[in-house]
Design a protein around this ligand. Structure first.
Ligand SMILES: [Mg+2]
Length: 168
C-alpha cells in the first residue's frame, strides 16, 4: 500500500525471518537496514548469526542488500564488504529512489522484494512508497539515546496495526 506507515508484520529479529518462508512467497531480494536492524549502532563487525542468516538466504536464492541511511562515512560500505553483500549508503529513506535503484541493480521487481528495518518512518514508509513489502523488526537496542524511546512510542500504533497483517 503506497504512502502507508503500516508494516506487514512485526518480527523479533532479522534472523527470525526464515529463508524458506521468504522463498515460498516468491522473494528474491531482501533489502536490510543496518543500525538497530542487523547490528546495534556503532557495531562494525557482522555477528556470526547474521553471517549464518545471509548464507541461509543465499542458499535459498535470495540476495541480501544493505540499504542504509547512515551518514557516517564508510559505515555502510565497510559493513557490507565484511558481510560480502552489495550496499547503498545515504539511501534517503523514506524516499523511494534508493529502493528503486537497489532493485534495478539486482534485477528484481517490487513483488520479489522485501525491506526489513526497525523504523516506521524511514524503512516501512519508504518500502510502501516503492511498492516493496515492509517487514518491521524490533530495534536491537533503544538504550543510549532518549530520542529513540520517543520515536518508538510514536511508532507504537503502527506497530500494533502491522502485527495484525503479517506477510509470513
Ligand atoms: Mg535502523
Amino acid at each position: 500500500m503506497p504512502f502507508s506507515p503500516i508494516p506487514r508484520g512485526v518480527y523479533p529479529s532479522v534472523t527470525s525471518l526464515r529463508a524458506k518462508d521468504l522463498a515460498d512467497r516468491g522473494i528474491r531480494l531482501v533489502l536490510a537496514d543496518l543500525d538497530n536492524t542487523l547490528v546495534p549502532y556503532k557495531v562494525t563487525q557482522p555477528p556470526q548469526a547474521i553471517v549464518d542468516w545471509k548464507e541461509e538466504l543465499e542458499a535459498a536464492g535470495i540476495q541480501l542488500f544493505l540499504l542504509s541511511n547512515s551518514r557516517k562515512p564508510g559505515r555502510a560500505k565497510n559493513f557490507a564488504e565484511k558481510l560480502g553483500i552489495p550496499y547503498q549508503g545515504h539511501s534517503g529513506k523514506p524516499k523511494k529512489a534508493g529502493y528503486l535503484r537497489a532493485m534495478e541493480r539486482m534485477g528484481c521487481t517490487p513483488k520479489e522484494t522485501v525491506m526489513v528495518g526497525d523504523q516506521i518512518f524511514t524503512d516501512t514508509l519508504g518500502a510502501n512508497n516503492a511498492g516493496v513489502t515492509p517487514l518491521l523488526v524490533e530495534p536491537i537496542r533503544l538504550a543510549g539515546n532518549p530520542a529513540r524511546y520517543v520515536r518508538y512510542a510514536i511508532e507504537t500504533p503502527f506497530r500494533l496495526l502491522g502485527k495484525g497483517r503479517p506477510f509470513l
